[in-house]
Design a protein around this ligand. Sequence first.
Ligand code: PDD
Length: 277
Amino acid sequence: MIILHNESFINRDEAKTDIEDRGYTFGDGVYEVVRVYNGEIFMLEEHLDRLQYSLGEIAIDYNVAEKKLGDLLSQLILKNDVVDGAIYLQITRAVSPRKHHYPENSVPQLYAYPLDLSTPEKEQKEGIQVTLREDLRWHRCDIKSLNLLYNIMVKQYAHQNGFYEALLYRNEEHVTEGSSSNFFGVKEGRVITHPANNYILNGITRIAVQRFCEELNIPFEEKVLSLKDLNTLDEAFITSTSAEVIPVVKIDEQEINGGQVGSVTKQLLEAFKNKVS
Ligand code: PDD
């Protein structure tokens, strides 16, 4: 496997991270997972915009355009013969002695490499069950930060208990998103999802779904759902780079649409497949 480290391409076994990389000591960095279809990055510009946003919010001095990051990622895809798959990319602030404040003159460290990823076809077809968990994350979920401890804790809970995903809520009035996905409800033909603010990550697939809704004349509404609202949904689904669109047919014990995949969800999944095929 060939790895991109800053602006150099190296072999997997030459890639060594320093123990004082702030990504290790503080989780001081941000990341992206980009999907590759037919050798091309899906929604590259949107990923680079979000990456620049995350970097800016934690004041890591790295200019995506100046570094020609898009070109470097294209080269990485070619060097690894990625046709259908994904690239993981992370940028940490610096390698620096462990002091909490940001070091001066820091040199950000970028690593990018291919991920093994397969489309969850069965789940897309049959739908999944999710479990509700309290959202105990911080209040800056808009930053795609390396700090994923709570996300992995609830994912593990879901996994151990036979659920595909944990659906998070802050309180009875406020359902946010999945542990690694955005959540959508469908009610009377309208697609409803959490506003893109500090309580969720503004998913790239979420943006894609918003565009499909516009193209298909499906009303798209950004609104906070309550736990009670979940019981009245006609359909539900999650989205993410790896999941694309996956129908949710059961939330804990509560079936949605009698446990069947709904027609609006099907339409959006089909639009997605057409776009990337
Ligand atoms: N996660 N919300 C959270 C908390 C996420 O971690 C993700 C994606 C999303 C969906 O974003 P996108 O559509 O851009 O993938 C929403 C990635 C895939 C991950 O951590 O592997």
